[in-house]
Write a protein that binds this ligand. Structure first.
Ligand code: ME8
Length: 512
């Protein structure tokens, strides 16, 4: 990694690998890829990481239940994530695995650093431990049945000696930091949630687990009977990836870091992590982008027993990668939860087929039939034609003129649909299939076809971050596929005389 070429460092959470990757994991990693491609089109170098969290009690129990050796189990499970992400067209630069020795070494160096500063103390502790969260719980965190509200299981009473990292001395610093950096945690709703968590004094964070209970973890460098708490290990991935402590370019890259996470892991990311970094003398991440949850159609939670789980691999087989990517970005409500089902995904697919796919096929066939397969002349474009092209180009230029954010990518998806609608309305109103039959209308016919092709070219470019394969097909069909996609929306750049290619439909009919 060369620092001069990196203007953005983007990360996703690293996922627990005790189960198979699901639609939520696929979403965050697709979102990161969309942001990466968006920034690359703006001319910025991006370093993007995603990966798997391979320690802790939950993973340990799955290994024990599998009967496999730990390494074998971890590699097999981690590969399920990596392979799915590759299939989804996710262009990560590095796939994190916390079981790697390079990562573990840096976790140990950081633990030793904080220990040497006198910030870690040993004491005995009695508490209620939720294995699902890998966290000790306060009574006030539990529901009316005494269960963890997220895992619906009663936490176990545990009494043991452990090491603790004091958080309270940093609480006021963190409150001040959030208040003085209003766009640090986006959307702002979640910054307010974090401020809410900071109203009460912070309890000491238990950063160790005795090996007698948890053997799958990074050993404490100052006490070999313990491994470190999974979150202390997992959060460090964001800087161990940059070879923290051994990389002279670390600060430059870290200064442009962006964490993508869902609302479920706000507390470790927005409270423990900045405090850990502060204790190390490292500035916090530049931005957090926090999204809501995908839930089933009708607002019900997805579960195997309800049969409403959306399996990303199955959706890909049914509808292809791009329809899934587009749906996820187009339909996530900012700052809230969003619904998904196979039926809703099919609707999204049909929308793309009608809005973009059919338009492209109709106009290309017209060019093939009546214009010898070549882009016609723009000489006779009238004010309406020019206004449509300029409007679409201007809209995309404005969007790509902004920094990536959750708002920007959802605005991009929306503007693609709107541009498609506008071109379809234009095409229908100008009836080029009628004009084609009348030699006296030749110039007008050519102008309408040129306008439509040029709009498609612009739409194809703008689609690249969301639907890279479709974008390539559109540009290739117009004979102008670029080697790398750039956010250059200069209008009327489709050269007259370019040979078009009528390929397969972008979104062929699907079986119901
Ligand atoms: O929390 N909708 O791993 P995890 C949207 N290992 N996104 C969802 C989702 C849903 N229904 N369900 C999960 C962990 N996600 C830790 C993280 S990071 C240092 C350690 C996504 O496997 C979302 O990104 O439980 C969420 O934050 C993450 O998966 C949690 O993944």
């Amino acid at each position: 990694m060369e620092k001069a070429s990196i203007q953005k460092y983007i990360t996703t959470p690293i996922y627990y690998l005790n189960g198979l990757p699901h639609i939520g994991h696929a979403y965050t990693s697709i979102l990161g890829d969309v942001m990466k491609k968006f920034e690359q089109m703006r001319g910025n170098g991006v370093y993007y990481t995603t990966g798997t969290d391979e320690h802790g009690q939950k993973n340990q129990h799955s290994i024990e239940a599998s009967g496999l050796a730990a390494d074998e189990f971890l590699t097999r499970q981690s590969d399920n994530f990596r392979n799915l992400f590759v299939e989804l067209g996710i262009d990560f630069d590095y796939f994190v695995r916390t079981s790697r020795p390079e990562h573990k070494k840096i976790v140990q160096e950081i633990l030793q650093n904080i220990y040497d500063k006198g910030l870690i103390v040993k004491k005995s502790y009695e508490g209620l431990y939720c294995e699902g969260c890998e966290q000790f719980k306060k009574k006030s965190d539990l529901d009316e049945n005494g269960c963890c509200p997220d895992h619906k299981a009663a936490p176990k009473a545990i009494s043991e000696e452990n090491y603790f990292f004091r958080l309270e001395p940093y609480r006021q610093w963190l409150i001040d930091y959030i208040k003085s950096h209003p766009d640090w945690i986006q959307p702002a709703k979640y910054a307010n949630e974090v401020l809410g968590m900071l109203k009460e004094p912070l309890e000491d964070l238990c950063i160790s687990r005795p090996k007698s209970r948890v053997w799958l973890g990074v050993e404490l460098p100052f006490d070999h009977d313990y491994v470190t708490y999974i979150w202390f290990d997992a959060l460090v991935n964001y800087i161990s990836t940059l070879n923290y402590g051994h990389n002279p370019d670390f600060e430059t890259v870290w200064a442009h870091s962006h964490h993508l996470i869902a609302k479920d892991i706000l507390k470790p990311h927005c409270i423990y992590w900045p405090i850990m970094l502060h204790a190390l003398g490292v500035v916090p991440v530049e931005h957090y982008f926090i999204h809501g949850y995908w839930i089933g159609e009708g607002g019900v939670k997805m579960s195997k027993s309800l049969g409403n789980v959306v399996d990303p691999a199955e959706v890909v087989r049914l509808l292809g990668v791009d329809a899934l990517r587009f749906y996820l970005i187009n339909n996530m409500t900012l700052g809230g939860d969003s619904q998904i089902s196979v039926a809703m995904l099919k609707q999204g697919y049909k929308m793309l087929a009608n809005n973009i796919g059919n338009l492209q096929m109709r106009v290309l066939k017209m060019v093939q039939k009546s214009l010898e397969g070549k882009v016609p002349s723009p000489a006779a474009l009238n004010e309406e034609d020019k206004a449509l092209v300029n409007d679409i180009a201007g809209r995309f230029e404005r969007i790509f003129g902004q920094e990536m954010s959750l708002e920007t990518v959802s605005e991009l998806a929306e503007s693609i649909v709107k541009a498609g609608d506008a071109v379809n309305a234009y095409f229908a109103a100008n009836t080029p299939w009628v004009l084609a039959k009348n030699p006296a209308e030749r110039a007008r016919f050519e102008a309408v076809v040129y306008t439509t092709l040029e709009c498609l070219r612009l739409i194809g470019l703008a689609m690249y971050p969301l639907t890279p394969a479709t974008a390539r097909k559109i540009e290739a069909s117009l004979g102008v596929e670029p080697e790398s996609f750039k956010a250059d929306f200069k209008p009327f750049a489709l050269p007259e005389g370019t040979e078009i290619k009528v390929g397969d439909p972008l979104f062929p009919m699907i079986e119901e």
